[in-house]
Design a binder for this molecule. Structure first.
Ligand SMILES: Cc1cc2nc3c(=O)[nH]c(=O)nc-3n(C[C@H](O)[C@H](O)[C@H](O)COP(=O)(O)O)c2cc1C
Length: 680
């Protein structure tokens, strides 16, 4: 491995203080010796500082802190009386932690770059230095290090300078908490930032150039305010071109060509920009990975997500957000576990799709509302027409229902029906109906008390893989439709929805997100969810038997205490479940006529042997060992699970020897494409 000058100089920056500590401590450790030690340390720190200035663009605060510390120390031991000067030597470690604590705390308070920012700059490419993400991550990490140095300072102080407290435990904290924190946090932060789900590519323009030329259609003037800017796109490769977006006075226009002084220039392969717009890749991560380049105002780049909605394809024409009055969607969410709900996942993707077409949306979580059940007193029909006896949250909700254009009922399936929360809500809609019986077609119904133009969408998820579980609910909604005269313009019904929480099925789950998003687009664009979309969402993520096997494995794992989390948490924690899930997402098309066995020899927390057998376009999962496997992967369970949960990069883990593979290495390289197929 070839070390860069940055890295070498970062490592050597510790030498002066180490030499100082060693020299001042060897032998009798007299004051005279300490005086020599400070001078030697100071000279080394001076050399280090000069070398850094000479060979690297940005010196970190470490060199300055060490130079300052040794400079003050030298002055201290030479210029003060012996009784006082020995204090520096006796407490030098504690003082060093304190100096580091101040270095990590003070600069950012006075507008200077934070501590880790200056170090990270030496490691990261220049193009990312000014991104808000890079700055924020480093600010957080700097405060994290303040905490570490302050803890070490306290330990050293309270421990009376004993090596256990001033060296051993602090070192454990630095190596065991500090360094892993620095490695893990940036990915964690970026992952949390990028929570958007991909947009179905068929809804977006096909080439980068078309995409840019349609960006003004998705322009959001409110977000732009008084912004005046020119954004130069230089999209390379197929479907690329040079385009300029001009933003001024709440308007956005586009033209081909170049502008002499762009506010922001984006140089990107056309396909990368398409992927970013489709939300398949995180723009900040892609920039850090050098997939595209940016010059100019980075803040404008970061604002682009607010300034532009993705321009959608429309049959025959493109959507302009300003064309029509915005459709109001009121979503009623009836899951008793609203924030960890499967139904919520579908609902929010659906709403995002609708928003992309200009709809205005609001979600009501019934679990958070005070809604008394209907007592059947009919006061709302007789004594106070249209007004219920209960003054809970329902009167306000009735107003919202009356004002919306589309009401979305999103309920999990409970006992083949809607949840009791949803049922209570629907019963309390009674004041909106008139008591009389009026014949409509071949049946009588209650007419609406007020004029109604709204439409209705049903979204539901259930646990079992059979779609027939929804039969009762669908039947009920047909009645609601007929009785209330509110047309049902689509239903998104997803069976086996607990699989939405299986990280191992991530690729398949993306398909569900896309379908839900498309449903939202269709409802606004076409006035209803298409048959195709309704059918698509009903397809179980994996085959019925496999799903049952995975569910049973999950419960076994839960009962055995391997899966620690509640059923609502999305991390895969069980190797069996993970491998079972992998086998279920086997991509027969990619495999072709592949015949192979893949052995997993798993050590660590969850020891065991499992293997896949691939034959005739099928992959089966087995426990135990197979004779002469085509590929053998030996891994600690924690490593493979981290890779599957996207907390660790598989290739990097392999390079670092965190797991090993023997046999057909080309098969190892193909694993990613062989598993994780979309539903067929
Ligand atoms: C009390 C109860 C009853 C359920 N009844 C059914 C059912 O009849 N059929 C079914 O397939 N799933 C049933 N389930 C599973 C849920 O429908 C399924 O887990 C759903 O995705 C949960 O949605 P949520 O995460 O949005 O709350 C039931 C769950 C509970 C807690």
């Amino acid at each position: 491995m070839k070390l860069k000058p940055n890295t070498i100089l970062f490592i050597t920056s510790f030498i002066p203080v180490i030499v100082f500590k060693v020299v001042s401590r060897v032998g009798e450790a007299t004051l005279a010796q300490a005086k020599v030690a400070t001078v030697v340390g100071l000279i080394l720190a001076g050399i280090q500082f000069a070398l850094s200035k000479r060979f690297i663009k940005h010196t970190s605060y470490l060199e300055k802190t060490f130079l300052g510390f040794l400079g003050i120390g030298t002055a201290w031991v030479y210029l003060t009386p012996p009784r006082f000067s020995s204090l520096f030597v006796d407490h030098s470690t504690m003082l060093l932690y304190f100096a580091l604590f101040l270095t990590t705390l003070i600069p950012q308070l006075f507008g200077y770059d934070p501590f880790t920012y200056t170090i990270a700059k030496q490691m990261a490419p220049e193009r990312v230095w000014n991104t808000p993400q890079f700055r924020t991550i480093n600010l957080h990490l700097t405060y994290f290090w303040s905490g570490i140095f302050f803890t070490n300072f306290l330990l050293s102080w309270l421990g009376g300078g004993k090596p256990l407290f001033s060296i051993l435990i602090p070192l454990i904290i630095i190596l065991g908490i500090g360094l892993p924190g620095v490695r893990i946090y940036p990915n964690y932060y970026l992952k949390r930032q990028f929570t958007s789900q991909p947009i179905d590519p068929s809804l977006l323009p096909d080439t980068g150039k078309e995409l840019i030329s349609q960006m003004p259609l998705g322009f959001h003037p409110e977000a732009a305010g008084h912004l005046k800017a020119e954004i130069q796109f230089d999209l390379t490769g197929r479907g690329g071109g040079k385009m300029v977006l001009s933003i001024a006075e709440g308007q956005c226009t586009v033209r081909e060509g170049e502008t002499p002084s762009p506010t922001l220039t984006i140089i990107s392969p056309a396909d990368i920009w398409l992927k970013i717009t489709r939300r398949e890749i995180d723009p900040a991560r892609a920039l850090m990975d050098g997939l595209y380049e940016v010059k100019g105002d980075m803040n404008l780049l970061m604002k682009m997500g607010d300034l532009f909605r993705p321009p959608m394809k429309v049959k025959g024409k493109e959507v302009t957000q300003k064309e029509e009055k915005r459709v109001k969607i009121l979503a009623i969410q009836g899951s008793p576990r609203p924030k960890a709900s499967n139904t919520e996942i579908l609902l929010q993707e659906f709403l995002k799709g609708a928003q992309s077409q200009g709809a205005e949306t609001e979600t009501i979580y019934l679990k958070e509302k005070d809604i008394h059940s209907c007592v059947g007193c009919y006061t709302c029909w007789a004594k106070t027409p249209g007004v219920c006896v209960y003054k809970d949250d329902m009167p306000e909700l009735l107003e919202k229902v009356r004002c919306c254009d589309i009401i979305v009922y999103a309920t999990p399936l409970y006992n083949f029906n809607m949840t009791s929360l949803m049922k209570a809500f629907q019963e309390r809609l009674l004041p909106l109906l008139d008591p009389h019986l009026v014949k409509s077609g071949d049946a009588y119904r209650h007419p609406q008390r007020y004029e109604v133009n709204r439409k209705m969408v049903l979204i539901s998820t259930c646990g079992f893989p059979e779609i027939s579980h929804f039969d009762g609910l669908r039947h009920i909604f047909r009645h609601i439709e007929r009785n209330g005269g509110v047309p049902l313009i689509g239903e998104l019904l997803m069976p086996a929805a607990e699989l939405l929480k299986q990280e191992g099925l991530r690729e398949n789950i993306q398909g569900v997100f896309q379908t839900s998003y498309r449903a939202g687009v269709e409802v606004i664009r076409d006035g209803r969810i298409s048959q195709e979309t309704e059918t698509e969402i009903k397809k179980p993520l994996v085959a019925t038997d496999e799903m049952a096997e995975m569910a049973n494995l999950w419960w076994d794992s839960h009962l055995e205490g391997i899966t620690q989390g509640k059923p609502t948490q999305g991390r895969t924690e069980d190797m069996r479940l993970l491998l079972r899930g992998m086998a279920a997402t086997f991509n027969a098309q990619v495999a072709g006529d592949l015949r192979a066995t893949i052995q997993f020899e798993v050590t660590g927390k969850q020891t065991g042997d499992w293997f896949f057998s691939v034959e005739n376009g099928k992959c089966t999962y087995h426990e135990g060992k197979v004779d002469s496997p085509t590929l053998t992967i030996k891994t600690p369970s924690e490593i493979w699970l981290s890779i599957a949960n996207k907390e660790m990069d598989g290739q990097q883990a392999f390079m670092e020897g965190k797991y090993t593979a023997t046999g057909d290495m080309s098969l190892l390289m193909r694993l990613k494409s062989l598993f994780g197929s979309q539903r067929s």
